[in-house]
Design a protein. Sequence first.
Length: 202
Amino acid sequence: MLKDFFLNEVKNGIKKVMNYTVLKKILLIGFFISAMFILYSVSNIFGVLDIKDSKFVTKNKEYIDAKTILTKCKSTEWFGTDYNMNIYRGCCHGCIYCDSRSECYNIDNFDKVRAKKDVLPLLRDELKRKVRSGVIGTGAMSDPYNPFEKELQLTRHSLELIDAFNFGISIVTKSALITRDIDILQNIKEHSPVICKLTITA
């Protein structure tokens, strides 16, 4: 995998500078680590990672049972959302700062992305039953534009339902695939808030 390649490059770079003075060693080792970290981050964000060498390839996609798709937020003050929506479980980014990895959520094998069964009929029924519309947040527990989304299009079709029922949307993602759905986001913007939050860290 590409991650292993970057780690090997860091190790090889460190070996080459071991004959330098102490100060030069510190500076050069820091430079190598920083450079490889940046390269890996950029490659991960913009889809340079070789998905064929990853366990997240489409042919290995899995589905899990789900009873609900939307959960009511306790407060809108922090993120400005009324509901949370997770149509996938798990995430392939491996961010070290990710709160979703916490054991309190009891998500086994968090690094493996799995889609929820019957997500679109479930979401449609839940939206239909809501007395009041609001802003739906997605991306807190799993990136909605993970490698599976390009084929499955569950996020795109969910956005279509959100538009049809006049709800707003707040999206957190690291993927440029979000640009595919600009047309639907523009439609939602005509009647409700649209918030898109992107990060370029690893």
